[in-house]
Design a protein around this ligand. Structure first.
Ligand code: AP5
Length: 201
């Protein structure tokens, strides 16, 4: 396992920019961006058995069961796409998922370099997601669902902040600026932990 390639997790409430920033970070470090939400939405679009069983849960803004998520992530994180490094966005999202991720990592000799926590106040999250809901068709951006997704985050996912802080890999980022400002803030902190590879000549 190449330890010079970034292995980071993106953590933060819905609308905090995990997808936007996770993609940029992955590009900068030349590693894949693995988004649990995108994987699930692909299953829903393709009408797979998993997609059919997850669709209603996702539309309501609830979490898909831990054992289902742990199974998907086991395949993705250890699959051929992710060899050497990755930016994992949206997983883990519960303490049992974090424990499963730790166990998986331990068994395969992987360490996570950083967990990037994007901090944005609820009012701005509501505004960002309502705005996206007006232009992009995402079932869970419906007006009545956005607030519920934030509540689900507070109850199930926010405990991971302390979990990763205790393990001293949490990188807190104020994610309220422009997209470019947030990218710069993430890079400034992560470059000190693991510098990106030089750009190809
Ligand atoms: P997922 O796809 O992970 O959705 P989410 O966490 O609700 O996050 P979003 O994609 O809405 O927001 P984001 O933080 O990625 O921000 P983004 O960059 O998109 O999960 C969807 C569902 O799948 C879950 O609800 C659950 O049902 C299920 N699921 C997924 N993983 C699971 C797991 N591990 N366990 C169980 N269930 C799981 O940005 C949002 C908007 O804001 C965009 O329009 C963007 O352009 C804009 N924006 C971003 N940054 C800025 C900025 N700095 N300034 C202004 N606007 C900005």
């Amino acid at each position: 396992m190449d330890d010079r390639r970034l292995r980071a997790l993106m953590l933060g409430p819905p609308g905090s920019g995990k997808g936007t920033q996770g993609e940029r970070l992955a590009l900068r470090h030349g590693v894949p961006h693995l988004s649990s939400g995108e994987m699930l939405r692909t299953h829903v679009r393709d009408g797979t058995e998993l997609g059919r069983s997850a669709a209603d849960t996702m539309r309501r803004g609830d979490l898909v069961a831990d054992d289902v998520m742990n199974g998907i992530m086991r395949e993705e994180v250890l699959g051929p796409n992710a060899v050497g490094g990755f930016v994992l966005d949206g997983f883990p999202r519960t303490v049992p998922q974090a424990m499963a991720a730790y166990e998986l990592a331990r068994r395969h000799g992987i360490t996570f370099h950083a967990v990037v926590l994007l901090e944005v106040p609820p009012a701005e999250l509501l505004e960002r997601l309502a705005q996206r809901g007006r232009s992009i068709d995402r079932a869970d951006d419906a007006a009545g669902t956005i607030g519920h997704r934030i509540d689900v985050y507070v109850e199930n996912t926010r405990p991971l902040v302390e979990y990763y802080d205790d393990r001293e890999i949490l990188v807190r980022v104020d994610a309220t600026g422009t997209i470019d400002e947030v990218t710069a803030a993430i890079n400034a902190q992560l470059d000190r932990i693991i510098p990106p590879p030089p750009p190809p000549t």
